[in-house]
Design a protein around this ligand. Structure first.
Ligand code: ATP
Length: 351
């Protein structure tokens, strides 16, 4: 097992600066998820850790060893890819044992490690099949098994669930979480899926345009997003963002006659963030605005109400019955502590 330290890591492709000065310390045994929209540089970062991309500048340490110039096979990491990368002509058993055979691991040890991984992932009945005789979920389990038998110091996952359907994705996600609990090995996991990020990570590293926006435990990112981008990226439906202004310690959304207290915040334009579940329709919070209802989605256990507040669309998530049919007028209020305030210009958190 090992910690992983990235210091001032940069990657320049010809004409493109893909990773910008990333510094992250990953503790021994930690499960860190690199998350962000497509093209933000998360795969490039992971591939640099794996040794599959050269580092332009900065350092990568695994344990106390600087690995910038260490060949991928010598880094003691195992990577699981989105497309499984299994050998099509080999059986599952051979796929699992291939890496160990290449390393000339003694045969009895290969057999015991394969048996252990196979039992852990429920592959026993599949050991003599070839990849084309497996479902997508089974193939991904074999890919996981192949990483496990190597007993690496660090596991690296590059969107391993992207090719699976929703149900299998959820099942395999649970398996990966269980694997981490059981093995306790450091894991670094890349995804653009916020549900995977929230449910798997001890800590999220949220990236945008090659820059780390926030590195914190999932619930901290959810409850205290560092900026407007993070606020909008984590959470589904996304956090509502009401443009408006602060005057005399009060924020008033554009198109509303109500305002909410913002003690100590300087006057000026700002954006108020409120999560859909924190917008209340029973009048029990601080009055925020009146909205015009234009859509209702009934999900059984809750309803999503789509409204416009002046020029701003917003979503309310509520267990309560819809307050009327479109275009009903709905009074919205917010609970104390449920508001986030961001700067209008750079989107940084103000309160
Ligand atoms: P995705 O989820 O789509 O894989 P990502 O966050 O993993 O996105 P990367 O694959 O790390 O993104 O790519 C980061 C940026 O670097 C992208 O804009 C991509 O186009 C660019 N990029 C990646 N590989 C190269 C390359 N070989 N040459 C030039 N640009 C590249």
């Amino acid at each position: 097992m090992a910690c992983v330290r990235l210091t001032n890591l940069n990657k320049h492709y010809p004409g493109f600066h893909a990773v910008r000065d990333i510094s992250v310390d990953i503790a021994d045994g930690e499960f860190v998820v690199l998350v962000g929209p497509s093209g933000c540089g998360k795969s490039t970062t992971l591939r640099m850790i794996a040794g599959l991309e050269e580092v332009t500048s900065g350092d990568i340490f695994i344990g106390d060893r600087r690995v910038n110039d260490v060949a991928p096979a010598k880094r003691d990491v195992a990577m699981v890819f989105q497309n499984y990368a299994l050998y099509p002509h080999m059986t599952v058993r051979k796929n699992l044992s291939f890496g160990l055979r290449m390393r000339r691991t003694p045969r009895p040890e290969i057999e015991s490690r394969v048996a252990e991984a196979s039992a852990m992932l429920g592959l026993d009945a599949l050991l003599d099949r070839r990849p084309k005789e497996l479902s997508g979920g089974q193939r991904q389990r074999v890919a996981l098994g192949r990483a496990i038998v190597r007993q690496p110091q660090v596991f690296l996952f590059d969107e391993p669930l992207s090719n699976l359907d929703a149900k299998l994705r959820s099942e395999t996600r649970t398996e990966i979480a269980a694997l981490h609990r059981r093995l306790g090995t450091t894991m670094i996991y890349v995804t653009h899926d916020q549900v995977e990020a929230m449910t798997l990570g001890d800590r999220l590293v949220l990236m945008r345009d090659g820059v780390v926006q926030q590195a914190a435990p999932p619930l901290e990112v959810y409850h205290r997003p560092a900026n407007r981008f993070v606020a909008a990226f984590i959470g589904s439906p996304a956090m509502n963002l009401f443009p408006g202004g602060v005057r005399g310690g009060q924020f008033r959304p554009d198109g509303s006659t109500n305002s909410v207290p913002m003690p100590g915040v300087a006057d000026g334009p700002a954006v108020l963030g409120v999560r859909p579940e924190d917008l209340l329709i029973d009048g029990s919070g601080m009055p925020l605005a009146e909205g015009s209802l234009y859509g209702i989605e009934q999900l059984g256990h809750e309803n999503l109400l789509h409204l416009n507040v002046g020029p701003t669309p917003c979503v309310v998530r509520t267990p309560l019955a819809p307050p009327g049919e479109p275009p009903a007028r709905v009074r919205l209020s917010v609970g104390p502590g449920a508001v986030h305030l961001f700067a209008a210009d750079d989107g940084g958190r103000r309160l």
